[in-house]
Design a protein around this ligand. Structure first.
Ligand SMILES: Cc1cc2nc3c(=O)[nH]c(=O)nc-3n(C[C@H](O)[C@H](O)[C@H](O)COP(=O)(O)OP(=O)(O)OC[C@H]3O[C@@H](n4cnc5c(N)ncnc54)[C@H](O)[C@@H]3O)c2cc1C
Length: 421
């Protein structure tokens, strides 16, 4: 397919010049899109790209570079620098708060909205972009109140505005690296040396996607292989075959989304049936779309190509037989693990690493319960008093937007109870 440039805005304040198959360029475009920063993307080989690079003294090898309408130019060293340069709020305005929320997905955003609206001086730290996993969804159809569905981007935008309306401070591009708690307060230490303290904290760091473990696949990440990403790349896939790996709702949604622009969508599922993990409404939708071809009992066994992905090796799980197919686009939605490794050993977890809270602490840990106080833990309280957990990061959570929003809101009620005592 011929490389194309992409206009994402009629009169963009920002232009990204970078190659279509550059993982760094893909990461920048995704970061900007997830943070709702409109940009125009041009290829270095396009006449406009060549002209812009020459005007600012760059060569094609220097890309990706960003050029602002006011003439400022950046060759970003990392996401933090990029976030600052595009004007995101990256530094907390105070050292101390009533409530500190870590993670800006649905659970964290609900906690920020409820915390700030109920008078708590609230700060939320997000390492990448507000919206979390839900922000990656092309259409959420089962969230109460949205009978026609709502895209993750729109839901995120509304949540961001709602949190801002109540005065919650949202800090982007700040990754929590460690947490310390005393009887008085909780302090989070962030990458880059920033520390933030509050009287109580809610951990809403959700889950981090898993990557495919097959020979060659890693080499093509950002060059044909993408994880939990559909919205930014979809316009490039028009008229092509698109492979999607995964058997849960996120993969099903992506298949439906790509079917509107791709020539064919091939959904690869390890299980023998879609019903193993996918909601019935999505299975029905998929069955009604002729462009989607479902291949159950199939997994990726390898990837190969040159400057970008060109071929996939598929393995039939029952027979072990393999086949090689031409492929330029592979999108993986293959599950996630809890984002809890940054927390210290004081936090009790289940055997998969999800945080134990409230009554689950005693049920799972039994007589060896690590809960340190004589009072029982509050419902969503972790084994560190004053630190609560909400959403996908919590053991026995339902892994749904509604569950995350519900727990984020409920955690704030429990924070009030904790602060009262
Ligand atoms: C593509 C896709 C489609 C989906 N569709 C649906 C659907 O239709 N319906 C439905 O109900 N559910 C759906 N889900 C599931 C739903 O999105 C999740 O259950 C929900 O987002 C969980 O919210 P959360 O806030 O607990 O965690 P997350 O959404 O995972 O958010 C956690 C946030 O914490 C941040 N973070 C992690 N570690 C740190 C750190 N150390 N410091 C700072 N920040 C950190 C992350 O960057 C992230 O933004 C979908 C999920 C995906 C991936």
């Amino acid at each position: 397919m011929a490389p194309t440039s992409q206009d994402e805005h009629d009169s963009p304040a920002l232009t990204v010049v970078g190659d279509m198959w550059s993982p760094a360029c893909a990461a920048i475009r995704t970061f900007l899109s997830r943070n709702e920063i409109a940009c125009r993307w041009v290829q270095p080989s396009d006449p406009t790209g060549r002209e812009l690079l020459a005007a600012h003294g760059f060569a094609a090898d220097d890309t990706p570079v960003l050029i602002a309408a006011d003439g400022r130019v950046l060759k970003p060293a990392d996401e933090e620098q990029l976030a600052q340069w595009v004007g995101l709020h990256t530094t907390p305005s105070s050292g101390g708060y009533d409530l500190l929320v870590v993670g800006g997905g649905p659970a964290g955003m609900a906690a920020a909205v409820y915390g700030a609206s109920e008078g708590l001086h609230t700060v939320l730290l997000e390492r990448w972009a507000i919206g979390g996993q839900a922000g990656l969804s092309s259409r959420i159809e089962n969230y109460l109140g949205f009978p026609d569905g709502i895209s993750g981007a729109v839901l995120t935008d509304r949540a961001r505005r709602q949190a801002g309306k109540f005065g919650a401070e949202l800090v982007i591009s700040l990754r929590a690296d460690a947490l310390e708690a005393t009887d008085e307060d909780v302090t989070v230490h962030c990458a880059g040396g920033t520390t933030v303290s509050a009287r109580a904290a809610i951990i809403a760091t959700g889950a981090t996607f898993r990557t495919l473990d097959a020979p060659g696949v890693e080499d093509f990440t950002g060059r044909g292989v993408y994880y939990f990403s559909a919205l930014t790349e979809a316009p490039l896939c028009a008229g092509s075959d698109v492979y999607i790996v995964g058997g849960a709702n996120s993969a099903g949604q992506a298949a439906v989304y790509f079917a509107s622009c791709a020539r064919r969508v091939i959904l690869l599922v390890r299980a023998e049936s879609l019903a193993t993990e996918m909601s019935a409404y999505l299975i029905d939708q998929i069955a009604s779309i002729p462009e989607i071809h479902v291949r159950t009992g199939t997994e990726i066994a390898g990837a190969s190509g040159g400057t970008h992905l060109e071929r996939l090796t598929l393995r039939h799980r029952r027979t072990g037989a393999t086949e090689e197919v031409p492929a330029t686009w592979l999108f993986a939605f293959i599950g996630a693990d809890p984002a809890t490794t940054w927390l210290g050993p004081g936090f009790a977890r289940d055997d998969r690493g999800y945080l134990l809270t409230g009554p689950d602490i005693a049920t799972v840990a039994g007589a060896d319960s690590p809960w340190p106080l004589t009072r029982p833990p509050l419902h969503l309280e972790t084994t560190v008093p004053g630190v609560f957990a909400a959403g996908d990061v919590r053991a026995f959570n339902a892994h749904r937007v509604a569950a995350a929003v519900g727990e984020g809101s409920m955690a704030v009620m429990l924070v009030h109870e904790y602060l009262r005592d």
